[in-house]
Design a protein around this ligand. Structure first.
Ligand code: GTP
Ligand code: MG
Length: 454
């Protein structure tokens, strides 16, 4: 069982030296343990919520002068008695304190166990627990913004509202089921379908927001592709402003894709330098690299298709065939080595062309602003839009929609008994998002992604 009533301990701050470190204890014995090892300067008893300064002493050894924060249950992060020791950030002190507390009968916490306990004790729902991980990992303005909204419970509130509406529909169906032998209809099918449709519409909006949420959380992926030697790695380095990829005049220098990120105006971009596409190669390794290039193209939000000469027919053919393969992909055509090209460059088939010299930097800033502009289109949001960022939520919403559509389709043709099963399944999928419906596998999967001490 996941629910434990033993006392857990962990170092909550990153490993290594720092000005201070925090050691966290949660569970029934937290206060008993701290009383044995802490000598408070204050006259207040170590009983109620307080912050106290004092010494940690153990077996006649003075360990450190520390601050302790006492949070009595249920008004604590986990809903249990918590003691946080704020000690000096020496690795020796941190490890010593940890081993002393373990000696007193506490157990080392598993990853995410403090937050798991908060969830099991009803302090937060599952959505909020996941957002805590997101907020710890947030690197940009937007990833932070979505995580903080989720912590406030915006998604949970919406899901609870939708579940309430679905439960209303379910009660209508069950009412009809109870009186099925009397052959009378209680459901106004038209009205029922309308209500179902409104719920589906709301869920679909959430599903659509995932693309934005995912792009902003994990970064907008921009793949740099093209034939060998056109200057992809040179451009990659220029965009990142450091020599990340090896550049050489030998075709086939980049064998495997290389990825690095850059944050521009609060948005994270993941630039991917790829192996040059050479369809005639017999080299086994090069072929593997090219295969990976295609897999990256598939997952990218934007493709920078680089050429090193202005051959209108060739470029048109190449871009057309890529666009046919991936009709929804946005492709920017880049003519690199502009410093060497003497020809006049004009738009091809109304497609804008970027003239750059990656080596000397010409046109790269303009390209970067167009990339930023493109990202704004896919990330533009109304201020209060709820955005989902978790694949788990996305999958659950998709499943819920599937069952609600099934109900809508079969409303007047199948027995209310079956409709009721489908509505319940949809409800379960929504309940899984907030944790109203859950199981050990889901919880283990979520909390194993946390760090120890959170
Ligand atoms: N004159 C000029 N040379 C460039 C420019 N960009 C890249 N080069 C040169 O072109 C050669 C190939 O550059 P890379 O960046 O390694 O090309 P690549 O497309 O990554 O090549 P592969 O990894 O082999 O596919 C190097 O000698 C670069 O210095 C440019 O804008 N102008
Ligand atoms: Mg390269």
């Amino acid at each position: 069982m996941l629910k434990n009533d033993d006392t857990i301990v962990a170092i909550a701050t990153p490993s290594g030296y720092g000005a201070i470190a925090v050691i966290r204890i949660s569970g029934n014995n937290s206060i008993k343990i701290i009383k044995k090892i802490f000598d408070s300067f204050s006259k207040n008893k170590i009983e109620k919520n307080s912050i106290q300064l004092g010494y940690i002493k153990y077996k006649n050894q003075l360990i450190d002068k520390v601050l302790i924060f006492l949070f009595k249950k249920p008004k604590s992060y986990t809903g249990e008695d918590i003691v946080e020791i704020s000690c000096h950030g020496s690795i020796y002190i941190q490890n010593k304190l940890l081993s002393i507390i373990l000696d007193q009968g506490a157990r080392l916490a598993n990853p995410g166990e403090f937050t798991l306990r908060a969830f099991l004790n009803g302090k937060i729902d599952l959505c909020q627990a996941e957002s805590i991980l997101d907020i710890v990992n947030s690197e940009t303005f937007f990833s932070h913004k979505f995580a903080i909204n989720q912590i406030r419970g915006n998604i949970s509130i919406l899901i609870r509202k939708l579940r309430k509406k679905i439960i209303n529909l379910l009660s209508l169906i069950e009412f009809e089921l109870d009186f099925s032998e009397e052959n009378c209809n209680f459901i106004n099918y038209l009205e029922f379908k309308k209500m179902l449709y409104n719920i589906i519409k709301k869920l679909k909006t959430l599903i659509r927001s995932f693309k934005i949420g995912n792009a902003l959380k994990n970064g907008i992926s921009v793949s740099i592709i093209g034939c060998p030697n056109v200057g992809k790695s040179t451009l990659f380095n220029k965009l990142l402003k450091y020599e990340r990829s090896i550049v050489s005049n030998i075709a086939g220098t980049t064998r495997n894709y290389i990825e690095d990120s850059l944050i521009i105006n609060g948005i994270k971009f993941r630039f991917i330098d790829t192996a040059g596409i050479n369809n005639n190669t017999k080299d086994y390794i090069e072929k593997l690299g090219i295969k990976k290039t295609y897999s990256k193209i598939k997952k990218s939000d934007l493709i920078l298709y680089v050429f090193d000469d202005f051959n209108e027919k060739f470029i048109f053919k190449k871009v057309k065939s890529l666009q046919e393969k991936y009709p929804k992909k946005k492709i920017f055509i880049i003519i690199n080595k502009y410093d060497l090209i003497k020809k006049k460059i004009k738009p091809i088939n109304y497609k804008k062309i970027f003239k750059i010299s990656a080596k000397y930097g010409y046109g790269v800033n303009n390209l970067l602003s167009e990339i930023t502009f493109f990202s704004k289109k896919i990330t533009s949001l109304k201020e209060r839009t709820i955005v989902i960022t978790q694949t788990r939520h996305y999958e659950s919403f998709k499943k819920a929609i599937f069952y609600l559509y099934k109900v809508k389709k079969n409303l007047s043709s199948i027995s209310p008994e079956f409709l009721s099963i489908d509505i319940r399944t949809a409800l379960d999928y929504l309940g899984k998002v907030t944790g109203e419906v859950t199981n050990e596998d889901i919880l283990s999967n979520i909390f194993s992604k946390f760090c120890i001490g959170k």
